[in-house]
Write a protein that binds this ligand. Structure first.
Ligand code: URA
Length: 231
């Protein structure tokens, strides 16, 4: 767990002043007590490893949509494959396409701070995108590209079985929830994604351009923490 002073330091770096509660209300990761694995542990690990490998190979060689012709490499996702928290962005940008990892540019640094602000590290969550290849010129991914890539995301979700999904920004939120509602309408609510609670948070790239919204992003993260603590 992150110590409170350090968390306040991260929040300060985010440009957020925080009301300090009487009791430390940072919630631990969502660990469910008395969980019984469905498969015996050894079998579960073996199966999951095999599935992950097959999935990574399939993504690395994917030609399901036109994005394969302009990418340098696919960006599968990084983090804990058994994470409670799954963060989903829209698609890799230039730096991600170069490095093969999600959220490594400026927006990625802010996402790292946001994750630290909720008392976690990037290694303790899983981060991926709606599409695994960079849309040229950093345009939004098209609906057909998102649809082509969705089976990969769905399989990642099935394997991770997160306790909570955080949709980063409008594109991820609207596509995951199959809605045209605005981000302002979608934030601050607990949505459902196939039985998994989903919350919507401003995209860190947007927050870099709209500093005034950082406070709202912190409210959204607090909402997600509260939700997670009740699961
Ligand atoms: N923006 C995203 O949505 N995803 C990334 O990986 C990087 C920037």
């Amino acid at each position: 767990m992150l110590d409170n002073a350090l968390r306040l330091q991260y929040l300060h770096a985010l440009g957020i002043d925080v009301w300090i509660p009487k009791a430390n209300n940072v919630q631990p990761p969502c660990v469910m007590a008395n969980e019984t694995p469905i498969l015996a542990p050894a079998l579960a690990t073996e199966t999951a490893t095999g599935d992950w490998q097959a999935l990574e190979t399939a993504v690395a060689g994917c030609t399901r949509c036109g994005l394969c012709s302009t990418r340098n490499q696919t960006v599968f996702g990084t983090g804990d494959r058994q994470a409670d928290w799954l963060f989903i962005g829209e698609g890799p940008g230039q730096h991600e396409d170069e490095q093969g990892k999600p959220f490594v540019g400026n927006a990625g640094q802010l996402l790292t701070e946001m994750i630290r602000a909720i008392g976690l590290s990037r290694d303790a969550v899983f981060i991926t995108n709606m599409v695994k290849c960079r849309p040229p010129g950093n345009r939004d991914p098209h609906s057909d590209e998102i649809a082509s890539c969705h089976p990969y995301l769905q399989q990642q979700i099935n394997l991770i079985q997160p306790k909570i999904i955080v949709a980063l920004g409008r594109v991820a939120a609207q596509k995951l929830l199959k809605t045209e509602a605005s981000l302002a309408q979608l934030r601050g609510k607990a949505h459902d994604f196939s039985g998994i609670p989903l919350v919507v948070v401003y995209h860190p790239a947007y927050l870099l351009r709209s500093l005034l919204e950082k406070r709202k992003a912190w409210q959204d993260l607090q909402f997600a923490m509260g939700l997670c603590s009740r699961l």
